[in-house]
Design a protein around this ligand. Structure first.
Ligand code: URA
Length: 500
């Protein structure tokens, strides 16, 4: 503790620039902590606290630490403190400084889950994450202006009431999800606006600033009644997940009482087509993989990794799209990191989902045999998929493959893009339309563009061919043999391109 701060009982006031000025807090906290200032001598004020104070508080000049004093602080502390700084507790920045001072004195403190300060920090982090999760799920856009405007020229506005200061923090999620729309999200804790290129941050808004009702709401209602699953209805659990306080801003909420009332009959009707619960082994595999980095929410892409192995590890906790939920695990690409040739399939199938390896099921076996026939050594190539989780529909004892949609392909493109950036192959082969769409960023008619050498979004060479599972589905034996020959010829062409 600094002699100066102790001797003279000096008090410091730090006025932060915004409710989420973690950067300002961090700089001031660092200077204060380096000078050994105790938490009892520091008051952090946010704009809302300052406006309630009788006197406008100017920041005190911060102490200047001695040049030779430094400290390092654990990454976990910084990450959790950053998340907790979005909490609405007015005392949060003072608490975080108090904790920082403790962590500097007790380096193992972050690991002591029973400590009351650590419990308070964890509860704040959890509450902010939960609020973010609710925002992702419950924001409903309403179209404003010309009802006939296309999605491109219309504007969409949503009203949302978060518990914490999370609006700006969650902007990235909505920018990725609704990249092609002009939208605003208004909240009493700040607003964000996206014009398909730039994000701007605005002041708090009022409910009356947001439009009330329109045709989009009807769309939500239709969607909700279609996806509503009466067999899974648990009213208490549902209300815990979707607390009533959000209902008033959600168009589909008006349907809930009726759907609950009719649920019993609809549930009976569903029993015939009852989905299968995945075998317990799936749950065990999921457990194993999910425990690794559960700390991160996985809802936004991580910072780009420097090598394939780290990227694979990051992908294990991916929750960028809902496909991670029913799938057993992420199925990442496989092969040497210095491969010159990369094959991209659609998504893992049932067997791949359980084993955690791409192309090991029936399509993979046909693929291996064809590579061998064409003289390509599979152990030298890298094999991956456009989408890293198995998308399926449970049917009796089986899990039926379902094609990933455009959003899922686009969301998962982040992982494929990182794989291709790290490997930087001479040639990438798109096996089927999903892979081609992911690589080229547009829909591709494989029958028309098959055999062509095109350019990926990153400017890498892409060769288009069919997916091996297409060959497995051909019922007529003669045609099947012809198509297998064509696929083998494509692989020979690939080998020749590589040699050239
Ligand atoms: N089909 C694919 O596209 N990828 C796999 O990994 C397996 C089957």
């Amino acid at each position: 503790m600094s002699e100066k701060a102790r001797q003279f009982g000096e008090q410091f006031t730090v006025s932060l620039e915004s409710e989420t000025d973690f950067v300002g807090w961090r700089a001031a906290a660092r200077a204060l902590a380096l000078a050994g200032t105790p938490s009892s001598a520091v008051t952090f004020l946010t704009p809302s606290a300052t406006s309630q104070s009788l006197f406008a508080e100017a920041s005190s000049p911060l102490p200047r630490p001695d040049d030779d004093v430094t400290f390092s602080i654990s990454k976990v502390f910084v990450q959790k403190a950053e998340t907790a700084s979005h909490h609405s507790d007015p005392d949060r920045y003072n608490f975080l400084y108090h904790l920082l001072v403790r962590v500097l004195d007790e380096p193992n403190l972050m690991k002591i889950a029973s400590d009351s300060d650590i419990r308070r920090l964890e509860a704040m982090v959890k509450s902010v994450r939960r609020d973010a999760h609710k925002m992702h799920a419950f924001v409903r856009f309403r179209k404003i202006g010309d009802a006939d405007a296309t999605e491109d020229d219309g504007r969409y506005v949503a009203w949302f009431e978060p518990d914490h200061f999370i609006v700006e923090r969650e902007a990235g999620f909505f920018m990725r999800r609704f990249a092609q729309m002009n939208w605003s999200i208004l909240t009493p804790k700040g607003s964000i606006h996206w014009d398909r290129e730039t994000l701007s941050v605005g002041p708090p808004a009022k409910r009356s600033d947001a439009p009330a009702d329109d045709a989009t709401e009807e769309l939500w209602r239709t969607y909700f009644s279609n996806i509503f699953n009466p067999a899974r209805l648990k009213v208490k659990a549902m209300q815990a997940e979707m607390p009533k306080k959000y209902w008033k801003n959600m168009p589909e909420a008006a349907l809930i009482p009726d759907l609950i009332a009719g649920a019993e009959n609809r549930a009976k009707a569903m029993v015939a087509a009852m989905p299968t619960i995945p075998p317990p082994t799936h749950a065990a595999i999921r457990e194993r993989h999910w425990s690794a980095e559960m700390d991160d929410t996985g809802e936004t892409p991580p910072p780009p990794a420097d090598d394939l192995e780290s990227l694979r590890k990051q992908s294990e906790t991916c929750r960028l799209c809902p496909l991670h939920e029913p799938a057993t695990q992420t199925v990442f690409g496989e092969g040497p990191a210095n491969a010159r040739l990369v094959f991209v399939g659609e998504q893992p199938g049932d067997k791949e989902d359980i084993a955690g390896k791409p192309f090991i099921g029936p399509a993979g076996q046909l693929f291996d045999a064809t590579l061998e026939d064409a003289g390509i050594d599979r152990s030298t190539v890298y094999v991956t998929n456009a989408v890293k989780h198995f998308k399926f529909q449970p049917r009796g004892k089986f899990r039926l493959h379902q094609k990933p949609n455009g959003d899922e392909i686009q969301t998962c493109r982040w992982w494929l893009g990182q794989e291709l950036k790290l490997i930087d192959p001479d040639l990438t082969v798109a096996l089927g339309a999903t892979a081609a769409q992911s690589l080229l960023g547009r829909s591709v008619a494989v029958t028309k563009e098959r055999g062509q050498l095109l350019e990926s979004r990153e400017g890498q060479r892409v060769f288009i061919t069919v997916h091996p599972s297409f060959l497995l589905r051909i019922p007529d034996e003669k045609r099947k043999a012809e198509e297998r020959d064509r696929f083998r010829d494509d692989m020979i062409a690939v080998r020749e391109l590589m040699a050239a």
